[in-house]
Write a protein that binds this ligand. Structure first.
Ligand code: SAH
Length: 380
């Protein structure tokens, strides 16, 4: 049996072409998108305005679902992490972050990651494969179903497992659906793609789709960045920063969001802080400091609050736009760099034990729509 193609692998433009090529009226692509993305309906049989004949034909030729919810964990701070299972059994994670005025979804782009940044849990699990566009899009569909009824998704960040620019075709196709008015209809500036700095693909991304760019910086010297982010050996700081400085697509209206994970005794000195303004000069940007989230695969740790505050003050004093990001969902290993699964089971975090399973909710009970007594140990 050959696998059927998935409708969610195609932007509306691409689906119009596919349909035209097999004798289906192109406007049917918009109709299908309305059901899949605006109404959240995956069952072709329910798409009544398509007509019975077309519904039957599409159902025979196409899939509409790529991911199912495997398990859900809810943090005390409202963050929701879900493990999602793909058709081939691969598990990935996505995280919902509700805040006062927005609700952000963090999506994965690869199963694992080949770039092996030394402080990242995903990097430690190695690389299995790229996700298909349908598997990126279905993270949005499945996670949206986990939102409280009064909440709507306002932002999507490509900051989950994997390096988005190593999976550019699927990432751009998924983004086209996120921002298309007849699909998810999100404002492009509410979509952010994070990269460790795959220099030759940055412009390809920004010229394909008008989204925000985030760059994981983490060090102020090549000697240190070579160790923390091994891709730096191929694209060192000067090359990366020159590319950003020269990109016509990065402007004060579309600045770069630099991420800097603060790691105790590694990159948190005042000398580091003093080097940053000079390094980033001439690049419209903002800097986000993220205290390292500890996890089982690394002995690295975050600095004390005093050290983080001093780092922040040094940068603010130098006139930089800088924020210190509060970590979300650390009690369920949902924070930056904590997404990792091994052998199909979520990796335990530091200090985790049976007690931590209080936050684990089984998918089965969730599907019934009741949280009730659904809190239970995962059965794998
Ligand atoms: N591969 C892309 C997309 C993932 S974004 C990238 O790295 O940019 C995930 C962010 O979390 C990155 O900025 C990453 O460096 C950061 N991160 C990874 N491990 C972390 C950890 N243990 N604590 C805090 N941040 C971490």
């Amino acid at each position: 049996m050959t696998a059927r193609a998935n409708l969610k692998d195609h932007s509306i433009e691409s689906l119009r072409e596919r349909f035209a090529g097999c004798g289906i009226a192109p406007y049917r692509a918009e109709q299908v998108a309305g059901w899949l993305y605006q109404r959240g309906v995956d069952d072709l049989a329910e798409m009544t305005d398509l007509g019975l004949e077309l519904r039957t034909r599409l159902a025979a030729e196409w899939e509409t679902r790529a991911l199912e919810v495997e398990s859900v964990a809810r943090s005390r701070d409202g963050t929701v992490k879900a493990s999602l299972r793909a058709r081939d059994g691969a598990l990935i994670e996505a995280v919902l972050i509700p805040e006062d005025h927005r609700t952000t979804l963090c999506v994965s782009t690869q199963v694992g990651c080949p770039l092996a940044c030394s402080f990242c849990a995903t990097g430690a699990m190695g690389f299995r494969r790229n996700l298909a566009a349908s598997e990126i899009v279905d993270q949005v569909c499945r996670m949206r179903e986990l939102l409280e009824p009064e909440r709507a998704l306002t932002n999507v960040v490509f900051m989950g497992m994997g390096e988005p620019l190593l999976n550019l075709p699927a990432v751009t196709e998924a983004i086209r659906l996120l921002i298309h008015p007849k699909a998810f209809a999100m404002a492009p500036r509410r979509v952010t793609v994070s990269t460790v700095g795959l220099v030759p693909r940055i412009d390809a991304l920004l010229s394909a789709v008008p989204v925000n760019l985030a760059v994981s910086l983490h060090a102020t010297t090549d000697a240190l960045r070579d160790v923390l982010v091994p891709l730096n050996r191929r694209y060192p700081l000067a090359t990366l920063l020159a590319a950003l400085r020269e990109s016509p697509r990065i402007t004060p209206r579309r600045p770069v969001f630099f991420e800097y994970t603060l790691i105790a005794g590694v990159n948190d000195s005042l000398d580091d802080a003093r080097r940053l303004p000079g390094l980033l000069r001439g690049i419209p940007g903002k800097l986000n400091l993220i205290p390292m989230n500890a996890h089982a695969d690394s002995s690295l740790a975050p600095p004390s609050d005093e050290v983080a505050d001093a780092f922040l003050r040094e940068l603010a004093g130098a006139g930089m736009t800088v924020t210190l990001r509060r970590s979300r969902g650390p009690d369920i290993d949902a924070a930056c760099g904590q997404l990792a699964l091994r052998d199909g089971v979520a990796a335990p975090g530091p200090g985790s034990g049976a007690g931590r399973s209080a936050g684990q909710e089984r998918a089965a009970s969730h599907r019934k729509g009741s949280r009730g007594t659904g809190f239970a140990l995962r059965d794998r």
